[in-house]
Design a protein around this ligand. Structure first.
Ligand SMILES: NC(=O)c1ccc[n+]([C@@H]2O[C@H](COP(=O)([O-])OP(=O)(O)OC[C@H]3O[C@@H](n4cnc5c(N)ncnc54)[C@H](OP(=O)(O)O)[C@@H]3O)[C@@H](O)[C@H]2O)c1
Length: 186
């Protein structure tokens, strides 16, 4: 929670826990229609989306959604010239409460959609993290979902170490090996 706001995270990862390749590109191997359908429906009920400057959910309804785009380049919360209904925000220069106040009144959770550092920044605050796994996808040397992910530390271990617990895994596209596990804070 942040104040009275729920915080929920959303990621689709490869077998090794990667969200993108080494060049910062999200490969087709971790793009999936069932996951996109789930994500887009979830983001429709979100109050505000939080993302890094290189992330975006896409889709026809994205421009209607309110969002905070993280960048080191600002001190206040000026409009994001790249996206409508979006403000730029530097967490080192302004607390999240200030950025949320600048967004204005809204209903619904804070939805965190990455990338790596942004997912990591919100680890203490998640009420839920929706982790989709593409079990057949391999992205060697890619960018991890959380900064702590390594050969010794899986994304699931990172979530557990921050107090989140898994709910039953759902097969959202069995033929493609895509599963979705929502981790919740008890
Ligand atoms: N598989 C998935 O679920 C998923 C999810 C998200 C993204 N992706 C993919 O991952 C790739 C991008 O990920 P990424 O991790 O490289 O990029 P990102 O987080 O979207 O963007 C990185 C930029 O965001 C800003 N930023 C991030 N953390 C910040 C902080 N704590 N304070 C201030 N600014 C901060 C910085 O902007 P400045 O340089 O302006 O300071 C940084 O260069 C894309 O291919 C995207 O499609 C995949």
């Amino acid at each position: 929670m942040i104040g009275t706001r729920r915080v929920e995270g959303y990621a689709i990862i490869s077998a090794e826990g990667m969200i993108a390749d080494a060049a910062g590109v999200m490969p087709d191997a971790i793009r999936n229609n069932a996951d996109q359908k789930f994500l887009q429906a979830e983001l429709d009920r979100a109050g505000v989306i939080v993302q890094g400057r290189h992330s975006h959910e896409g889709g026809p309804r994205a421009d209607r959604r309110r969002r905070l785009t993280l960048t080191h380049a600002v001190t206040g919360t000026p409009p994001d010239p790249s996206h409508p209904n979006a403000l730029l925000w530097n967490p080192a220069a302004a607390p999240i409460e200030q950025a949320l106040a600048a967004i204005g009144t809204f209903d619904g959770p804070i939805a965190v959609i990455g990338g790596t550092d942004v997912f990591g920044l919100f680890l203490p605050f998640y009420d839920a993290f929706h982790l989709t796994r593409a079990a057949h996808a391999k992205i060697p040397g890619g960018r991890p979902v959380f900064p702590q992910v390594s050969a010794e530390m899986t994304p699931e271990q990172v979530l557990a170490s921050h107090g989140l617990r898994p709910t039953p895994r759902r097969e959202i596209d069995a033929s493609a090996g895509i599963t979705l596990t929502t981790w919740e804070r008890p």
